[in-house]
Design a protein around this ligand. Structure first.
Ligand SMILES: [Zn+2]
Length: 348
């Protein structure tokens, strides 16, 4: 044992007392006891590093259609899609699945923001296979190929997306099953985008149920393991009988969707925040924003700029999926019943 001077001993004693006091205050202030104190230590460390977690902040689901050579309405150019990945990565966004985002199970590193990619209409531009000699390969210039290349360089960006399919099912009929199987095996999600892409607001109840039910039956025939519980509303058109977006049946095919996706145009609060939009989920078109003429307002370029200018409104992870960490005053906005099991709120 080392000799210690009386001064050091006193200092240590005081330090120990201070620690006990701090820990008791933390325990008294929280509800999870020691675990909560640990979580608060984690928060203190993040704050020291300049990371201000805000898991009550807003998140985005981006919406893409085709990814082809030239940018146009409903088409993101290959070049711009590559830029999107780079920009999002640099700004600290990380890909998660739609299901994880919507159930509040968010597991991204401290200081980063979860984001979801969704692709509508299942065109070949999203997933294209090419023959290379005797081999079949994923086209490096289709959306999934570009994501795969990017992920190989930056594995921490994540590799996830939701594909909302039509009967075309990525075209290239010979590869349809291979494509769906690949998506399923790699944790990608598939959403129902109807049979004929109608404006559901104009359809009868029976037509709505047919449009929603048949794609589910079709997907079972391709890969029965794929679970479809998301309806992507064509053009964001909501049926008169809104309940039919979620539950219905047609010719013996019954469906139960947990969410319906809109087209455009805003970020939203997480599921455990009182302002969460619930089951009808807004999305943001991936497009550039022109500050001069205002074109692209409400698109991804606009919102990325918005969060650069309002960082306090952006979801920032604490890197611990067992806690929801945000400034203490935000706890009044919490819907505790919507927290995933075992997750607690840590305010600072
Ligand atoms: Zn569509």
């Amino acid at each position: 044992m080392k000799k210690t001077s009386p001064n050091t001993r006193t200092a240590r004693g005081l330090f120990a007392l201070a620690m006990i006091a701090t820990v008791s205050t933390l325990i008294a202030g929280g509800c999870g006891g020691g675990q909560k104190a640990l979580s608060r230590n984690n928060v203190e460390n993040l704050l020291k590093k300049g990371i201000k977690p805000n898991e009550m902040g807003m998140v985005m689901v981006l919406e893409y259609h085709r990814v082809l050579d030239k940018e146009s309405n409903y088409t993101r150019s290959i070049e711009n899609f590559k830029k999107d990945l780079q920009t999002l990565y640099q700004k600290g966004y990380r890909l998660v699945t739609f299901h994880d985002l919507m159930t509040g199970k968010i597991n991204v590193p401290a200081g980063t923001t979860p984001i979801v990619f969704s692709f509508d209409d299942s065109t070949e531009s999203q997933i294209r296979y090419l023959k290379q000699g005797t081999e079949t390969v994923l086209d490096p210039d289709c959306a999934l190929g570009i994501m795969q290349t990017f992920h190989r360089k930056h594995s921490d960006f994540g590799y996830a997306a939701l594909f909302n399919y039509l009967p075309t099912l990525f075209e290239q009929p010979t590869y349809q099953k291979a494509k769906v199987d690949y998506l399923y095996q790699n944790g990608f999600e598939l959403g129902d985008h109807t049979i004929t892409h109608p404006l559901l607001a104009r359809d009868t109840d029976e037509q709505v149920q047919k449009e929603v039910a048949v794609p589910i039956k079709d997907m079972r025939a391709v890969n029965p393991n794929v679970k479809v519980d998301i309806l992507c509303l064509p053009n964001g058109s909501i049926p008169k009988n809104q309940a039919l977006m979620y539950d219905g049946s047609y010719e013996g095919i019954t469906y139960h969707n947990k969410w319906a996706l809109l087209v455009g145009s805003n970020p939203f609060y997480p599921v455990y925040h009182y302002k969460n939009p619930g089951r009808l989920v807004p999305r943001i078109q991936a497009m550039d924003y022109d500050v001069q003429d205002g074109s692209g307002a409400d698109g991804s370029g606009y919102w990325l700029r918005y969060f650069d200018n309002h960082p306090e409104q952006r979801f920032i992870s604490d890197g611990d999926s067992a806690t929801i960490c945000a400034p203490a005053y935000m706890e009044t906005r919490l819907l505790a019943n919507n927290l995933p099991h075992g997750v607690t709120y840590v305010g600072y």
